[in-house]
Design a protein around this ligand. Structure first.
Ligand SMILES: [Ca+2]
Length: 120
């Protein structure tokens, strides 16, 4: 579990941190950022690797495994969960995928310029 405190915090995830069946938690995440630079080439939103996305995007709440629209990173605002579709089957399964529960956040925005996930 990660607790950021009152200031702005940056949470760094390396590739080996994001494993099938894993989970993490960030409390009071609003205003913080998640650094997923190690994963930009392997995570897709609507068929595009994050490293190729040039405009800021707010993450949607669903995965997809439809060809050319693959989405392997999603944010479920109701449950406050940032979800990674590790096995890329288009579904979230706790044993196969990875989740970060984030409290106090309404959405997650990928800042394409900084290559960071902003917790909003
Ligand atoms: Ca999955």
């Amino acid at each position: 579990m990660l607790k950021g405190g009152d200031g702005k915090d940056s949470y760094l995830y390396a590739g080996e941190d994001i494993q099938a069946g894993g989970k993490d938690k960030i409390l009071d995440g609003q205003g913080d950022v998640i650094d997923l630079k190690a994963l930009l080439s392997s995570v897709k939103v609507d068929g595009v690797n994050l490293e190729s996305i040039v405009q800021n995007i707010s993450l949607g709440n669903a995965f997809s495994n439809v060809a050319d629209h693959e989405t392997t990173l999603a944010f479920n605002g109701d449950g406050g969960k940032l979800l990674f579709d590790i096995n890329q089957d288009g579904k979230f399964t706790a044993g196969d995928d990875f989740q970060i529960t984030i409290t106090g956040v309404e959405k997650v925005v990928f800042n394409a310029g900084a290559d960071l996930m902003l917790l909003v």
